[in-house]
Design a protein around this ligand. Sequence first.
Ligand code: HEM
Length: 118
Amino acid sequence: MNKRIKLYTALIKKLSLITSLVCLLALGLHFSNSKSPSPSYLPDFTQKYLATFKGVDSKKPIYIALNGLVYDVSEGREFYIAGGPYHDLAGKDSSKELNLFGGEIIKRKYPIVGRLVN
Ligand code: HEM
């Protein structure tokens, strides 16, 4: 009988350890694999400041605002530099245009780096 109780206790201990590990893993998954920082910790960009990232200075990143969020589109800079096909979208709030064409590509492809404020 005593042997059986010991066996059960050991089993319960093992199970609770496994449960804790699974919980930790699940918690970790919520915070991993996120391309961008959590929206509540994003830096603010005014339109004026955003305009300084429009792809004319090759040393600076290129940003575009879409639906209140600022995306870093530097990875696709050939689209956005002066002379590029989408240069006019860069360094500003292009929500109007992007909600018609290309917005889904931006959201899928680029990291969020800030929030647009007035
Ligand atoms: C107001 C009109 C348009 C807007 C605002 C727009 C915007 C965009 C944007 C933001 C992208 C993503 C570029 C990137 O990867 O960073 C894109 C991609 C692209 N657009 Fe447009 N676009 C417009 C019209 C057109 C038209 C008329 C064509 C074709 C005749 C076209 C062809 C393409 C192609 C081929 C790509 C690349 C798609 C890919 O990489 O999967 N776009 N567009």
